[in-house]
Design a protein around this ligand. Structure first.
Ligand SMILES: Nc1ncnc2c1ncn2[C@@H]1O[C@H](COP(=O)(O)OP(=O)(O)OP(=O)(O)O)[C@@H](O)[C@H]1O
Length: 323
């Protein structure tokens, strides 16, 4: 009778714990598959990218298909690895944020999204081995809390040499390591490597009369094969490349003036002002463009738009424009 009593107590406490856990999950973020907190939504991602991402038709297609392919499987064969490449200010961080928003209810504030910036988190080349161990611990402990974790590595080209190999075991085709299954997690690498080559090849296509929207992934694939995305820095010579563990190389095209103007319009609206053509032109004129012959691309993409808009809005002359 003592053992029956103990069993009953065990069942009651397990039920109580489950009840408590459910209650906790309705107020605090948790990773349980039935909770509202981790609910990937590709349709929402597509809508967001269609509405807010300018001039990156390749990115929209690759990212959307890659995520869909990975997320529909309850049992994917490996973690998803995407490597974003391109000129500054083209939207690499921006798209990574949209991805987080489409997976987690709390978006970028989710405890299951982890952002590493090489120059901040791994600044010293000589500490590579220590960083590597810490990073492995961090990934292991976080994926054990939530299999659907998202790891974003910004400035991967500035990561100490060899460090990236520390995450290879988690990305490889292993069912589990020490009881932790890493195959549902997502890794995104961001860098400017390949940016100049993408730009050069776009200029060539432009000279041949090819429209931006007609550029295909196959056009860019040659750059990937030539190793443009694998020049010195984080991914260079890494085991990830050697073992083809990067699933998708995503080329971000340099933005043109018309895209910058869209960004300016968005920024004006975000600040609660109505659109004003003259003002948009004024801000766009303040940005710099290259190459000098035709000034086709914005040197900083849409990156400094917010500051330029804020600066010009603060100037007296333009206050009157919006009255
Ligand atoms: N293609 C785009 N469409 C709309 N807005 C964009 C686009 N690219 C950039 N932006 C805007 O510019 C800001 C800066 O872009 P973002 O930080 O994503 O660039 P990046 O490619 O990561 O640059 P870097 O290589 O310098 O880190 C974004 O927060 C966003 O507001």
């Amino acid at each position: 009778s003592v053992s029956i009593g103990m069993t009953a107590l065990g069942v009651t406490s397990a039920a109580l714990y489950a009840g408590f856990d459910k209650l906790r999950c309705s107020f605090y973020e948790c990773c349980s598959p039935n909770s509202k907190w981790v609910k990937p939504n590709i349709t929402a991602l597509n809508l967001a990218l269609d509405a807010h991402l300018y001039g990156q038709h390749l990115v929209r297609d690759v990212v959307s298909r890659a995520l869909k392919g990975h997320l529909i499987h309850d049992d994917p064969s490996k973690a998803l690895v995407m490597s974003f490449h391109g000129w500054t200010g083209g939207g690499k961080n921006y798209v990574a944020r949209f991805i987080a928003d489409s997976i987690y209810k709390l978006g970028q504030r989710s405890q299951y999204m982890h952002l590493f910036v090489s120059t901040i988190h791994f600044p010293h080349e000589q500490l590579a081995d220590i960083y590597k161990l810490h990073l492995q611990d961090w990934i292991r402990s976080n994926v054990s809390k939530c299999e659907r974790s998202l790891f974003i590595f910004d400035e991967i080209d500035k990561m100490p040499l060899g460090m990236i190999d520390g995450i290879k075991p988690f990305i490889d085709y292993h069912e589990s390591i020490d009881g932790v299954d890493f195959r549902k997690s997502i890794f995104i690498f961001l860098s400017n490597t390949g940016g100049p080559e993408i730009t050069r090849s776009m200029l060539e296509m432009w000279r041949m009369g090819k429209k931006r929207e007609e550029i295909t992934l196959a056009d860019m694939e040659q750059l990937i094969q030539l190793g443009a995305f694998n020049e010195k820095g984080g991914l260079h010579n890494s085991a990830l490349i050697q073992h083809s563990l990067v699933d998708h190389y995503v080329p971000f095209l340099p933005l043109e003036r018309k895209h910058v103007e869209f960004c300016i319009r968005d920024e004006i609206r975000r600040r609660g002002y109505a659109e004003n053509k003259d003002f948009v032109k004024k801000v766009a004129d303040e940005m710099t463009y290259f190459p000098p012959e035709n000034k086709l691309f914005s040197t900083t993409g849409c990156k400094r738009v917010a500051q330029k808009v804020a600066y010009l809005l603060a100037s007296e002359t333009y206050d009157t424009l919006f009255d």
